[in-house]
Design a protein around this ligand. Structure first.
Ligand code: ZN
Length: 360
C-alpha cells in the first residue's frame, strides 16, 4: 500500500487540517472537520458537472463544518448554491449530516442506497426519547446492566441530530451510474459498515471513492444495532472480497489520506478481523455462557478495558456482538436464547485461514 495523499498525511502528523486539493482536472477534495472526533475530518469530494458542482458526501452538521465546506467551495470558484446533486456513501452523520443544509441552500438532489435510505427514513421525525429507549434495550439485550446502558447511551439531545438528517430524493442500486454528466461514476454496493454503504468507481479515470469501506489506517467500525443487519461482519468481509480485484489508479477514502494498493489494504482488513475472531473464539472457550458485554472485557483493546466508557464501550460491545454473530453463522459458536442471550463455543471447529473464510 502506498500513500498518495502526501499532503494529507503530513497534515495528519502535524495535527492540522489538510488543505483543499485539486486531484484531477475538475475534481477536488475538501476536508470538513468533525468536532471532537479522533477521525478529525471527512474528505468531501467536489466534481465539476454541467451547470455546477456535484458532491460525494457533505460532512458533519456543525457551524464549523458548514464554514469549511462553503469556504472550500469558494476556494475552487464555486458556491454552495451551485451544487446540483449529492452522492452519499452512507448514512452516518459525518457523511450525510450537512446534506440537508446543502439541499436547502441549493435545491440539489440527494442520492443514497435504498438500504441506508430505509434506515434514515425510519429515524426521520422519530421521537428522540423512543430512539434512546430502543438503544438502551438493545444494550441490555447484549448483557449491559440497565444503569450502564442508560449511562452509555446518554440523553436524547444527540439522538435528535439523527432524526433530522436528509432523506434521499434518489436511490442508487449496485451498478447504477450516478447522474453526474461528464463522469462515469458507478455505484458499488458494499454493505457492512452500514447496510447500504456505497463506494463509487469512476470509470474514465480509474479512481475509486471508497467511503468508509476501505480506509488506509483504521478499520471501520462493524457493529450490530437495534435496527441494523443480522450479520454485518459477514457482509463486510464479503464486500471487501468484492472490491479486492479492482485495480484502481488511486483510492479516495472519506477519511485520512489517499492511497494506492487496494488489494493489499483489503487483505490487511480481512486479516485484522480473522485475528479478532480467533481471539474471541479463545475468550469464548474460556468463558462459556457469556454475553457480548462480558466477552468484550476479555478482549484486548487499544486502551485498558476498565477505562472504556460511554460511546467507546457501545462500539466495543456492538462490535464484539458482530464478531460473535459471524462465529455463530460459521458454526463455531452457539447462542442460547433468553431475555439476555449468551454465547458458547461449539464443541468442534476451528477458524479457516482468512482467505478460505473470506470466500465463504
Ligand atoms: Zn465516516
Amino acid at each position: 500500500m502506498q500513500i498518495t495523499g502526501m499532503t494529507q498525511h503530513q497534515a495528519w502528523q502535524q495535527r492540522t487540517l489538510p488543505p483543499v486539493e485539486e486531484l484531477r482536472p475538475d475534481l477536488w477534495s475538501i476536508p470538513v472537520p468533525i468536532p471532537n472526533s479522533p477521525l478529525r475530518y471527512v474528505s468531501v469530494y467536489a466534481l465539476a458537472v454541467p451547470g455546477g458542482i456535484g458532491l460525494i458526501d457533505t460532512g458533519w452538521e456543525s457551524e464549523e463544518g458548514w464554514q469549511a465546506l462553503t469556504a472550500g467551495l469558494a476556494g475552487i470558484g464555486a458556491a454552495v448554491t451551485d451544487v446540483q446533486g449529492v452522492l452519499v456513501t452512507h448514512l452516518h452523520f459525518d457523511h450525510l449530516g450537512l446534506a440537508a443544509r446543502v439541499r436547502r441552500a441549493s435545491g440539489a438532489w440527494v442520492a443514497m442506497h435504498p438500504a441506508d435510505a430505509a434506515v434514515v427514513q425510519s429515524w426521520s421525525g422519530r421521537d428522540a426519547a423512543t430512539a434512546v429507549a430502543a438503544q438502551v434495550d438493545f444494550l441490555i439485550s447484549l448483557g449491559a446492566a440497565p444503569a450502564d446502558a442508560s449511562t452509555d447511551v446518554g440523553g436524547p439531545e444527540r439522538m435528535q441530530l439523527f432524526t433530522r438528517m436528509a432523506t434521499p430524493d434518489r436511490l442508487l442500486e449496485d451498478g447504477d451510474l450516478a447522474d453526474f454528466a461528464d463522469w462515469q461514476l458507478r455505484a458499488v454496493h458494499t454493505p457492512g459498515h452500514t447496510p447500504g454503504h456505497l463506494c463509487f468507481s469512476e470509470e474514465r479515470t480509474g479512481l475509486f471513492f471508497s467511503g468508509d469501506h476501505v480506509l488506509p489506517r483504521i478499520t471501520p467500525n462493524i457493529s450490530t444495532g437495534s435496527d441494523g443487519a443480522a450479520d454485518p461482519l459477514r457482509s463486510y468481509l464479503s464486500s471487501l472480497a468484492g472490491v479486492r480485484e479492482r485495480r484502481p489508479t488511486e483510492v479516495l477514502p472519506a477519511h485520512e489520506w489517499r492511497f494506492s494498493g487496494l488489494a493489499e489494504r483489503v487483505d490487511q482488513l480481512i486479516g485484522h478481523h480473522e485475528l479478532r475472531l480467533t481471539e474471541l473464539l479463545d475468550a469464548l472457550r474460556g468463558h462459556p455462557g457469556s454475553t457480548p458485554w462480558d466477552l468484550a472485557a476479555h478482549l484486548s483493546w487499544s486502551r485498558p478495558w476498565a477505562t472504556y466508557e460511554r460511546g467507546m464501550r457501545i462500539f466495543a460491545v456492538t462490535e464484539t456482538d458482530a464478531h460473535l454473530r459471524l462465529l455463530g453463522s460459521r458454526g463455531l459458536a452457539v447462542r442460547q436464547d433468553g431475555a439476555v442471550p449468551t454465547w458458547t463455543a461449539s464443541a468442534e471447529g476451528t477458524l479457516r485461514s482468512p482467505w478460505e473464510a473470506a470466500a465463504l
